[in-house]
Ligand binder design. Structure first.
Ligand code: DQA
Length: 147
């Protein structure tokens, strides 16, 4: 069975109360439930994780090898700083969707740079919580097309 790791980075545990004008009112628990519902619809499995530490995110990407068919990654602020996450993605050779709730290109200039983008299969940003089920569908569609 196809299985995806949905990995969330720093401060995303505070969704719902964190800058709701930017990130909305949906909590990470709500998003997790949305992801499980979409996975059930599509007949696939997901593991949903959040961690505030860069090293723990690197470890989670490594651990996905041989277990998951792809990764959906909202790396939060590490998107804009982390060569380590970029290298981890390159090292495991799994398809990765870069995901953001906000449209990072419509925000401060420092958010326009992504270390994940060059090693990502695709990018979804700006659709709020709805981006998560969209990412599951996109990654599933791509794997199905590859056979
Ligand atoms: C974010 C965008 C990042 O720039 C920010 O640091 C986050 C959240 C998003 O989902 O919109 O923590 O990844």
């Amino acid at each position: 069975m196809i299985s995806f790791l949905i990995l969330n980075g720093p401060n995303l545990n505070l969704l719902g109360t964190r800058q709701p004008e930017v990130y909305g009112h949906t909590t990470l628990k709500d998003i997790e439930a949305m992801c499980h519902a979409k996975a059930k619809d599509l007949g696939l499995q997901i593991t949903f994780e959040q961690n505030n530490s860069e090293g723990a995110l690197v470890d989670a990407i490594h651990a996905a090898r041989g277990v998951h068919s792809g990764i959906i990654l909202n790396a939060g602020a590490y998107t804009h700083t982390s060569v380590a996450l970029m290298d981890a993605i390159s090292s495991v050779a799994l398809p990765v969707v870069e995901l953001h709730l906000s449209n990072i290109h419509a925000r401060e200039e420092f958010r326009h740079r992504s270390y994940i983008a060059p090693v990502a299969t695709g990018i979804i940003c700006g659709f709020g919580a709805a981006g998560y089920p969209l990412a599951i569908e996109a990654l599933n569609g791509q794997l199905a097309a590859q056979g």
